[in-house]
Design a protein around this ligand. Sequence first.
Ligand code: GTP
Ligand code: MG
Length: 616
Amino acid sequence: MTADSAPNPRAPSESNDDVRKVLELGRQASNAYGREDLAERLDRLLVQVGKPDVQVVVVGEFKQGKSSLINALVNAKVCPVDDDIATAVPTVIRHGEDKGAVAMTVPTDNQDVEATSHVIPFEEVPAYATEIGAGDPDITVKGVEISLPRKLLANGLVLVDTPGVGGLGSAHATAALGALSVADAALFVSDASQEFTRAEIDFLKQASDLCPQVLCLMTKTDFYPAWRRVLEINQGHLRNEGFEVPIIPVSSLLRSEAVKRNDRELNAESGFAELVGQLTTSVVGGAAMALRRRAHQDMIGVCDQLAGQFEAEKAALNDPENAAALVSKLEQTKARSEELRGNLATWSTTLTDGIGDLNSDIDFDFRQRMRTITQEADLAIANSDPLDTWAEFEPWLVNRVSYEVVSNYRFLTERAGSLSMEVATHFEAAGEGLLEDLDIHNPTAVLGRVGMDVSDIDLTEMTAGKAGLSMVRGGYTGVIMFTMLGGMVAAAAPLVPFAPVVGLLMGRKNLKDEKERQLGQRRLQAKNTVRRYCDEVSFQVSKDSRDTLRRIQRQLRDHYSTRADELNKSTAEALRAAGEAAKRGSTEVVARLKDVEAELGRIRGLRTEVDKLVAL
Ligand SMILES: Nc1nc2c(ncn2[C@@H]2O[C@H](COP(=O)(O)OP(=O)(O)OP(=O)(O)O)[C@@H](O)[C@H]2O)c(=O)[nH]1
Ligand SMILES: [Mg+2]
């Protein structure tokens, strides 16, 4: 049933064997020319291409049909579906040759440790994934991972079922947003019983800011005859909000029936044909395409660098008179490439300064946000009696704080994204010229670099920036979102909150004074609770932001230092080859020229294969 995706010339099912083959050729060539550094880069890419991982997180309010949707998609009862028992932990479903399941658990009395995984019987997955848990009060389940032999998952699609967010404004929703910030796509599930609520629309807005791709699914169309009307209204809502997110109406019930009967028409009617089509072409296909483009760009870089040394040698062999001048020119080029490696290179100082600025700006942003919250909270407390309002006040506080945590995190990713672009631009400006210098004496460069059109250059820049951006996304730990916000007010709140003490034996005036005094105390206590909570959140958030920025800085530095080292090695090789060429006798020159031409021909051949990767 999974083969019914819409036909597409670059559907991922059409395998990435060609990408792998070209990368493999590039790796062999790099090794043959003594460039293990380049081979290593391609090795890492080969691992990614061989085992792609495209995370799709299914989110939505309580009981909207998230788990049923996943079960219907993979045609297996893997996620727990129940009217009363809710999904309690994330369940991750990925491809595996054999059916299997593991649970990630921690000891109940010490939940801060890293979760350990152990194999569980497949039939027990629903119990582990719900509030029923592991059946042992000493063990707390943090997540379940399932592997299933399914064609739909074979190209790297990973589905993640999440607990219903029980009021999308809640701290739980923040956890879901945290999951989205590291996912490739989100499926937002809302059933056909009613139109989107305000909370759902707000959640969608945040989700589409955090996640590169969002699809809306309207579930249970078999059960709600008026679903078309609701669909129209919802489409209107999205239009009003300026969203370009499609809504696919689906019925998990019809899909399961269709699979059972092997009924194509019913499958189309269930909406799953379209959903599967979108997942395979747009989501998985999009990720595969991005990887293909990266492979293309990296291979162009590798070919350029391999060719560089032979170009320089060829120039020196062809024109022995000017060989000395060429060598001294190459020495300058090498000196410049040394600079690119140093701490004083513009890209490097841009990165260091940029991260410094980001640290203080993000901290400042969060402080401002928290200050506004405490002011609002103080005002609310001053105008009410916490005894009456606390039950309502506490969730308000958690929601408000969660919202600001997410907004602050979005600010961080945006700013880190622009910084990464800036670093990429500086690096490319300094690095690009270097390679060109290697064959400066050969304006009709064999590899057609001169003939490269503008769109190619745009692509190079974009890809470099994107590589940085994906690091930014991957850099976030999301710890805050998952673990913290919920239980914390409870921890900060007094155990017996604001119990009234009525002094029966007091006189009327005294009683009034006493009541005033107690009200004052309750307000003070409430304000202190808010302060303690906000302080604790601020502490955690600023620690998490600093860690995230440190990780982003390290990743970007590693990325560009490695690139700089490669360029340095290329210029050193070119210099060595040109120097040797200058020393050769005339008979030797002819023979060597032939060899060099042959090597360049080989690299040109490889480059032709590389270009086929993106030629449609
Ligand atoms: N008729 C009909 N019922 C559905 C469909 N999808 C889900 N349901 C029912 O809706 C209820 C909730 O479904 P779940 O899949 O558990 O929903 P959920 O969103 O995973 O719930 P939580 O994880 O607890 O938030 C169950 O009783 C399902 O049988 C559908 O397509 N058609
Ligand atoms: Mg569920």
